[in-house]
Design a protein around this ligand. Structure first.
Ligand SMILES: *Cc1c(COP(=O)(O)O)cnc(C)c1O
Length: 368
């Protein structure tokens, strides 16, 4: 194993799921595990959730669902998003639920089902204001009978997606909710068994009226708020710690510059630690001269540009810091904690981006 790894804490994952369960034990949970479970390792995360009776999995692309099926996951899996219809065949073959995302897909899916003599498990996506995909809330009811009458379609769910549920101003979110509630009310009367779902993590945490029959948490499962400034009232626990090691201690003389393009100059004789991770591992290059890391439970600043495979930190001439010491890039170490949300805020992005960036080169070490 290399010096840099991502530690994945499954007890924290279970803790976070159990917080959602507490809302209402009858509320179904679709765990969103797209993008390698936001960088945490989709197969391992899904097995743990499966052992904790998760109701559904959500992925972004059929190949992500196929990977889970190949790993022995038999729980229902919904492929979110607007897929090219040429992939519907794989959905059917691997028993992945299909998102019906546009009227043009109706005859294509129907013809494929007829040809393969297979019934498709379908979730209908309603566009309530994202304007990316889905049947418009304005005219969905014109299509509803046609879809519901289709003998090759088993309509499992109807869902929508929030654009701005993580913001302080929830007026647009409430408008989206109202548009969906109208459809939900009319369809539920006729088809009470259909699963209505809408809430992402932000809505799980702050909009109880949006929970319906099932919620679709992603980011909160991994212990993170949806935005760096989201007021987190839930006691979520971060699942990932990102860890590396000190590979060298260097002395840099006053007036010397460090790393590519000389973006840092020592203003006194100093000691710097060379860290064995870089932007190719997912330590973002925007953290150059800006990031902080933990060594022996204390914060130290990144100096100079982050390289592909390494970067330097100012160790403030601390004589106790040694080659081989553990360096926490994000996560807790002793009494100090660099939160993923903090790293995101520092570089103007969102927590999702930070864990998704932890690259393939970085081994995931799963703690159960
Ligand atoms: C990614 C995704 C989610 C999860 O969103 P979080 O903000 O991570 O909770 C839910 N629903 C859909 C349709 C998604 O694409």
């Amino acid at each position: 194993m290399g010096p840099t790894f991502a530690e994945i804490n499954h007890a924290n994952l279970i803790h976070n799921v159990n917080l959602i369960r507490k809302i209402n034990p009858k509320l179904k949970i679709m765990a969103i595990v797209k993008a390698n479970a936001y960088g945490h390792g989709d197969v391992e995360i899904s097995h743990t959730l499966n052992n904790n009776n998760i109701d559904y999995f959500g992925v972004a692309f059929p190949e992500e669902g196929i990977k889970l099926r190949d790993a022995g996951i038999t729980t229902p899996i919904l492929v979110l998003g607007a897929q090219l219809s040429e992939y519907f065949k794989e959905h059917l073959q691997y028993n992945l639920d299909i998102t019906l995302a546009d009227p043009y897909q109706i005859p294509l899916l129907k013809n494929l089902c007829r040809k393969l003599n297979k019934k498709a498990n379908v979730h209908i996506k309603i566009d309530t204001g994202m304007n990316c995909f889905g049947f418009s809330y304005k005219n969905f009811l014109d299509y509803a009978d046609k879809i519901f009458d289709e003998q090759y379609f088993n309509i499992v769910g109807i869902y929508s997606h929030f654009s701005s549920a993580d913001e302080d101003d929830l007026s647009f979110t409430m408008l989206q909710l109202k548009r969906f509630q109208k459809i939900q009310y009319l369809i539920k009367k006729k088809f009470p068994e259909i699963i209505f779902h809408f809430a992402n993590s932000a809505a799980v945490m702050q909009i109880p009226q949006s929970h319906f029959d099932m919620v679709r948490p992603g980011i909160m499962l991994y212990g993170n708020p949806p935005g760096p400034d989201f007021k987190l009232s839930w006691n979520l626990k971060e699942v990932m710690r990102f860890i590396s090691k000190i590979s060298l201690i260097r002395e840099i003389d006053k007036g010397e510059s460090a790393s590519y393009n000389r973006k840092y100059t020592a203003n006194s004789n100093m000691k710097a630690a060379l860290i064995a991770a870089g932007y190719a591992d997912g330590y973002n290059r925007y953290l150059s001269n800006r990031g902080e890391v933990l060594i022996q439970g204390e914060r130290y600043k990144v100096i100079g540009n982050v390289c592909m495979d390494r970067f330097l930190v100012d160790i403030k001439n601390n004589p106790d810091i040694k080659i081989g010491d553990e360096v926490v890039l994000h996560g807790r170490q002793l009494n100090e904690h660099i939160k993923i949300a903090e790293v995101a805020r520092r570089i103007g992005t969102i927590p999702y981006d930070i864990t998704c960036q932890v690259s393939k080169r970085v081994q995931r070490v799963h703690l159960y």
